[in-house]
Design a protein around this ligand. Structure first.
Ligand code: RFL
Ligand code: PHB
Length: 394
């Protein structure tokens, strides 16, 4: 087989890149380890920045999002039992975020790819990347017991944190940056109306909590838990009880509980690999960087990388601007590091840290007091939360 761009991974990064390239007349094949139902079964992100929303519009996959997604003009924070509203739109000259689940974005992209007649191969194994430094790279893999080969111009590594693409770069030319947090998030999805119209981020002495949502009838809640906890030890009852413990009384009083549709624990990690490219391989999304979910940035940073790579590849194929290829990593990383910083900041501000000294704890308290009590502090949180602008590719 032969194509212009081989995309490894059919998560949101791979599917969005594939769709944008397809519409620009650039051929691509996606190879994915799992089956489509498995990819759609993963419950992950829920918040889209305005730049991500715009990119989905450009990809021609925004119709259902516009109809069923919910625009949020603000979020709420709680600390010391006090509720502090943050108006995203007032503090950012009208910018907002969209509540629309990653599962739905993925479904829309899969359907669009099917409509476009673009080729995807699911259920592949033993993916290997070859000759990345040459002008004729290729990818081999196994499917239904046979070894296949695709020749291409470029390879996009969209295969997530545990993928093979990052490993294909020799270790002596990469540097990794990492922070692992000493806790995780226990998430629960339920068909109950959200406790509050806006998302609520809660700092509490018992640990962080987040009240999020997917729609007017579906809620997503998270609790900070020690890494030693196991999801199966948390009955629904125990989860709801602990969430109530961490919410202010008026919210706890109107929390609607119900049977969980999903419950799982995600560890919190900050990670970046530099550079994000090697010869004709480009890393995109979670393959190159991970953020703790507190800033709602993971999926949005993946879209940010796609934005840069797609625009560069368009100029390469349509204007012969091959000089731009060498700028991808630097352009993508500038925005990635700002997302890393914000996600680390929100995580540091809102969680309980068991290793904090009394001094650390007071500084953290003063940080919250300052940021949520100052117009400048609230503005910096709002402009990062809605998403920083993209640099222009030219
Ligand atoms: P993905 O989604 O991990 O997709 C990678 C795909 O590659 C496949 N794959 C392979 N395919 C072929 N060969 C191989 N060797 C392969 N190895 C792996 C995998 O099967 C998979 O299908 O990465 P991608 O596309 O870069 O997308 C990244 C996002 O999924 C991720 O950043 C977000 O989900 C993070 N995230 C959030 N991001 C936000 O922007 N806002 C949020 O509110 C938000 N909340 C979250 C989150 C992530 C969470 N978890 C569980 C990690 C909440 C949670 C709980
Ligand atoms: C979610 O709805 O899954 C979600 C929302 C906001 C976050 C993290 C996760 O910061």
């Amino acid at each position: 087989m032969k194509t212009q761009v081989v995309i490894i991974g059919a998560g949101p990064s791979g599917l969005l890149l594939g769709q944008l390239l397809q519409r620009a007349g650039i051929s691509n094949i996606i190879i994915e380890r799992q089956m489509p139902e498995y990819v759609l079964g993963r419950i992950r992100a829920g918040i889209l920045e305005s730049g991500t929303v715009q990119l989905l519009r450009e990809a021609g996959v925004s119709a259902r999002m516009e109809a069923e997604g919910h625009v949020h003009e603000g979020v709420e924070f709680v600390f010391d039992g006090r509720r502090v509203p943050l108006s995203l739109s007032n503090l950012t000259a009208g910018k907002t975020v969209m509540v629309y689940g990653q599962t739905e974005v993925t479904r829309d992209l899969m359907e669009a790819r099917h409509r476009e007649g673009a080729y995807s191969i699911y259920g592949v194994g033993n993916v290997q990347l070859h000759e990345l430094k040459s002008a004729t790279p290729f990818v081999t893999f196994e499917v239904s017991g046979e070894i296949q080969r695709i020749d291409c111009d470029y390879v996009a590594g969209c295969d997530g944190f545990h993928g093979v693409s990052r490993q294909a770069i020799p270790q002596d030319i990469t540097r990794e940056y990492e922070r692992v947090y000493p806790f995780g998030w226990l998430g629960l999805l339920a068909d109950t109306p959200p406790v509050n119209p806006e998302l609520v981020y809660v700092h509490h002495a018992r640990g962080f909590a987040l009240c999020s949502q997917r729609s007017l009838t579906r809620s997503r809640y998270y609790l900070q838990v020690p890494l030693s906890e196991r999801a199966q030890d948390w009955s629904d009852e125990r989860f709801w009880g602990e969430l109530k413990n961490r919410l202010p009384q008026e919210l706890a009083g109107r929390l609607m509980t119900g049977p969980s549709l999903e419950k799982s624990i995600a560890p919190l990690r900050s990670f970046v690999v530099e550079p994000m490219q090697y010869g004709r391989l480009f890393l995109v999304g979670d393959a190159a960087h991970i953020v703790p979910p507190t800033g709602a940035k993971g999926l949005n940073l993946a879209a940010s990388d796609v934005n840069y790579l797609w625009r560069i590849l368009c100029k390469v194929y349509h204007e012969n601007r091959t000089d731009l290829l060498a700028t991808y990593s630097q352009m993508a990383l500038r925005r990635v590091w700002k997302g890393e910083r914000f996600s680390w900041f929100m995580t540091s501000l809102l969680h309980e840290f068991s290793d904090h000294s009394r001094f650390d704890a007071r500084i953290q308290q003063a940080e919250r007091d300052y940021y949520f009590g100052s117009h400048a502090g609230l503005t910096t949180i709002a402009e990062n939360y809605v998403g920083l602008p993209f640099d222009e590719v030219r």
